[in-house]
Design a protein around this ligand. Structure first.
Ligand code: ATP
Ligand code: MG
Length: 445
């Protein structure tokens, strides 16, 4: 993309309404525009990152064997009356009537709808296990929407639902989700720590939240510092292998890590003092096992191998896809702007032309652009007639991890400059070498 032809409405001034750095940077980098309290339009740069995050979620769900579907945003209240949640959900549920006076609602989550699909089409244990998921807009009429996309009223969420014959099978599904979530967040350059949590209105016994440590997080968290040394990395895992999934769960959840809702001071004090940490965290996901709560209420049963009708065991599993943009920025920025991890960056690298209109510089930039594009990479070429300082400031603000700077002086010596946004380190090298380096960084991503 050439910047002169793109739509990147960056702001020079700090927007007064933004209280935290991610909100401020998303507005300044022209990623989002508020449409109403807690409701945003996604501008090209923000939309691109949202899609990247969404794609990683889809790829990791596919790897775990989960099946994508799409359910509607507007739902009838009838199913929610069956489960008893229409009354119980409270004011966070946005309710409305259609022209016939029927009660409708904007989906805050979709346990009822997916259970209805299940009971209509699945009747036998032979069709299990089954995990269906969607990535869809949700609405919760939060009393205090704030921090931009971190606590919106409308937000984009992955919600997945497992259906299993037995509790043991459903607990495997729970473990499988935990493993796949670890992989998902790491691919986005994030460390998200599973912490024992409270079940809230979804209800259930087993639940973990995934928290990204950040000063601006809304949850207070308590943990054993050893947990931050754990990495899932690129280990291969067979998601059908119960023992392997269980082992990962144990590895990542056996050390003390809890939010304030479940914090237990006595247990915490068993952690050696020098490893005890109190911090703040952003919840980027949650997994639940809730047994037969919905299948009992809504009659979702299957026949087992002796011909008995039994309720299915279920769980639900969410990832805050739109919140993740804020969480990633909170975890990765400096005073100049965002620093995107390679896994989610909107463009793979920037090309800055220091002397627009200079034949040689223009030609070299175009050649770089063409070579990178031919390799399947997506560069952003700042071809505007702007001062070098302004171009650098824009690149730093929008946070592309790599920048290639092209100027007449370097070209005389046959070199361009490759700069890492994260370390600020630059290296001079011939243009073909810069292309190779960038391609190598993104190989396999
Ligand atoms: P919270 O405690 O932050 O209100 P929750 O526990 O009610 O969230 P879940 O039902 O677990 O949320 O939803 C799954 C994920 O969706 C959360 O882990 C979070 O990342 C995201 N999410 C929830 N509410 C919002 C919101 N208002 N804005 C943006 N993302 C949200
Ligand atoms: Mg939650």
């Amino acid at each position: 993309m050439r910047l002169s032809r793109y739509f990147l409405p960056v702001l020079k001034e700090n927007p007064a309404e933004a209280q935290i750095v991610s909100h401020r940077l998303m507005l300044r980098a022209g990623m989002i525009k508020q449409a109403a309290a807690g409701i945003y339009s996604w501008l090209p740069l923000g939309f691109k990152v949202l899609r990247k995050i969404e794609n990683i979620v889809h790829e990791e769900q596919a790897r775990a064997g989960h099946i994508p579907i799409q359910m509607p945003i507007l739902q009838s209240a009838d199913l929610w009356r069956e489960s008893g949640r229409y009354e119980a959900y409270g004011e966070e549920m946005l309710r409305m009537k259609d022209r016939h006076g029927r009660d409708m609602l904007y989906t805050p989550t979709a346990e009822e709808l997916v259970t209805d699909i299940f009971r209509a089409h699945v009747g036998s244990y032979k069709d299990l296990p089954l995990t269906l998921y969607q990535i869809q807009w949700k609405f919760r009429d939060e009393i205090r929407p704030r921090f931009g996309v971190m606590r919106g009223r409308e937000f984009y969420m992955k919600d997945g639902y497992n259906f299993d014959l037995t509790q043991e099978d459903a607990l495997h599904a729970y473990n499988r989700h935990l493993v796949s979530y670890l992989r998902t967040y790491e691919r986005m350059g994030l460390q998200a720590i599973p912490m024992r949590a409270d079940s809230g209105p979804i209800g259930g016994d087993d639940t973990h939240e995934f928290l990204v440590l950040a000063e601006t997080g809304e949850s207070e968290v308590f943990y054993d510092s050893q947990i931050t040394d754990l990495k899932f990395g690129d280990r291969e895992i067979d998601y059908d292998d119960r023992a392997a999934c269980q082992a990962v769960l144990e590895e990542f959840t056996s050390r003390y890590a809890r939010t304030d809702e479940t914090h237990d001071e006595a247990k915490f004090s068993e952690v050696p003092e020098e490893r005890r940490r109190t911090a703040r965290g952003i919840e980027v996901g949650q997994i639940f096992y809730f047994g037969t709560k919905y299948s009992d209420a809504m009659g979702a049963t299957v026949t087992d191998d002796s011909g008995n009708q039994v309720p299915v065991h279920m769980g639900s599993h969410g990832i805050g896809v739109s919140r993740l943009l804020g969480a990633i920025i909170e975890a990765s920025h400096d005073d100049k702007g965002i620093i995107w991890p390679e896994g989610v960056t909107p463009f793979h690298c920037g090309i800055v032309n220091l002397k627009q209109g200079d034949e040689e510089a223009d030609g070299a930039c175009q050649a770089l652009y063409d070579s990178l594009t031919a390799l399947g990479l997506d560069p952003l070429y700042d071809d505007r007639n702007e001062r070098a300082g302004a171009k650098f400031a824009t690149m730093d603000l929008i946070g592309l991890p790599w920048r290639i700077t092209v100027g007449p002086r370097g070209l005389k010596n046959g070199v361009v400059e490759l700069t890492s946004r994260r370390t600020g380190e630059s290296e001079e090298l011939p243009p073909e070498e810069a292309v190779k380096r960038v391609a190598a960084i993104y190989a396999g991503r």
